[in-house]
Design a protein around this ligand. Structure first.
Ligand code: PMP
Ligand code: GLN
Length: 388
């Protein structure tokens, strides 16, 4: 029996592995990114109502009309995009949106630019679609993206660029110059952009999310991806969105027809209600998360950790080397979860080179008492790391 060599050789994802270790050890899980706190009751009730009162049969492949209309309004409000419902495709999570977008854009042999650190799903999906990954590597602590670095990665075979803004795991919301640089490269070399913007509403400290789709000349060549999981802190819902137009979006919609075809209708109905939330409610969510970030950062500093800046997402990274720990983040993470009861994600899982080797990602979307206790335990793991 011969299996596909790519998937046969892949390990269980780092998120699945660390969550399993955390469950086995009864550890605090600051690994896989999910919030552990109050969930938006209005949306849970909306989903429950839809489950009993509405159809549980296949919804349209491109999504419930009310969700597509709500998403069009939402992205007009936040990104200034002039959209119709036809510009939206609902998917089963951003992961499926990525799969559909990459399948639609890539012809076998195409080179695809990926910016590292890169979310774990990009490479296998690109390679399974026949693409060849060309990495542009960002360096901590600034994780800054330059036009020169992007330009250096382009060859005559480059067709697609995958952009993740805000960037998981670095917690960076790229600034105007960086987003313009991505746009300039795409326009100059006629590339399709797959812009993974799932963290778009979780930008802190007065920072601003700049959607690649909103930059001049980019809408028609960009598939912008969103996730209700991140917008509403309901990661298990797996409702994703693709925003785009023309043949590009049509091709992604066709790919979606043969991956998931459609997405549970009651969740779609609830997400449509959520997208109509007042802007202030999205801002309040971000403010609460920034507070959690600050609490974790302060407690980690008191334990002797050196944290990197985090401006967005659920994640704060610590530099173990700068914190005095002479041990790779992957080794530290295993020891921390098994011996000290707290899980994190080594950033080496997002990078092919060694730049992330001493960086550990921690999810701060947790109640205060868990963050305080996790920092205390990480402090113990640090001390035992220094002692050995
Ligand atoms: N892209 C990025 C950058 C992510 O961080 C995540 C999950 N955190 C996803 C995609 C997947 O989103 P979903 O759960 O909606 O599939
Ligand atoms: N996106 C989540 C994270 O970065 C994990 C999603 C998953 O487990 N596949 O933690």
């Amino acid at each position: 029996m011969r299996l596909n060599a790519l998937f046969d050789s892949l390990p269980v994802t780092v998120f699945e592995r660390m969550s399993a270790l955390a469950r086995d050890a009864g550890a605090i899980n600051l690994g896989q990114g999910f919030p552990d706190g109050p969930e938006p009751v209005d949306l849970l009730e909306a989903a429950a109502r839809a489950l009993s009162a509405r159809s549980n049969q296949y919804p349209p492949s491109r999504g419930l009309p009310e969700l597509r209309a709500a998403a069009a309004d939402f992205y007009h409000r936040f990104d200034g995009l002039a959209l119709k419902a036809e510009n939206l495709v609902v998917t089963s999570g951003a992961t499926e949106a990525l799969a559909a977008a990459l399948m639609a854009a890539i012809t076998p042999g195409d080179e695809v630019i990926v910016i590292e650190p890169a979310y774990d799903a990009y490479r296998p999906l690109i390679e399974r679609a026949g693409g060849v990954v060309r990495s542009v590597t960002l360096a901590p602590p600034a994780w800054r993206l330059t036009l020169e670095a992007l330009e250096a990665a382009v060859t005559a075979r480059t067709r697609v660029l995958v952009f993740n803004n805000p960037l998981n795991p670095a917690g960076r919301a790229f600034d105007q110059d960086e987003v313009e640089a991505v746009a300039a490269i795409c326009r100059r070399h006629d590339l399709v952009a797959v812009s993974d913007e799932v963290w778009e509403r979780l930008v802190y400290d007065g920072g601003r999310h700049i959607s690649l789709s909103s930059v001049s000349g980019m809408f028609e060549r960009t598939l912008k991806i969103g996730s209700a999981g991140k917008l509403f802190g309901l990661t298990g819902w797996k409702v994703g969105l693709i925003v785009g137009g023309g043949d590009l979006l049509e091709a992604a919609a066709k790919a979606h027809q043969y991956i998931a075809f459609s997405t549970p209708p009651h969740l779609q109905a609830a997400v449509a209600e959520g997208l109509a939330w007042a802007s202030s409610r999205f801002a309040e969510q971000a403010t609460a998360l920034a507070r959690s970030r600050d609490l974790l950062a302060a407690r980690l500093a008191a334990e002797g950790f050196e944290a990197l800046p985090s401006q967005a997402t659920y994640f704060l990274c610590v530099d173990l080397k700068a914190s005095g720990v002479d041990e790779g983040a992957a080794t530290f993470a295993d020891r921390a979860v098994i011996e000290h009861g707290v899980a994190g994600i080594p950033v080496s899982a997002f990078m092919t080179g060694d730049l992330g080797d001493s960086v550990l990602r921690l999810c701060f979307a947790k109640p205060d008492e868990l963050l305080v206790e996790a920092a205390r335990r990480l402090g113990q793991a640090r001390l035992s790391g220094i002692a050995r």
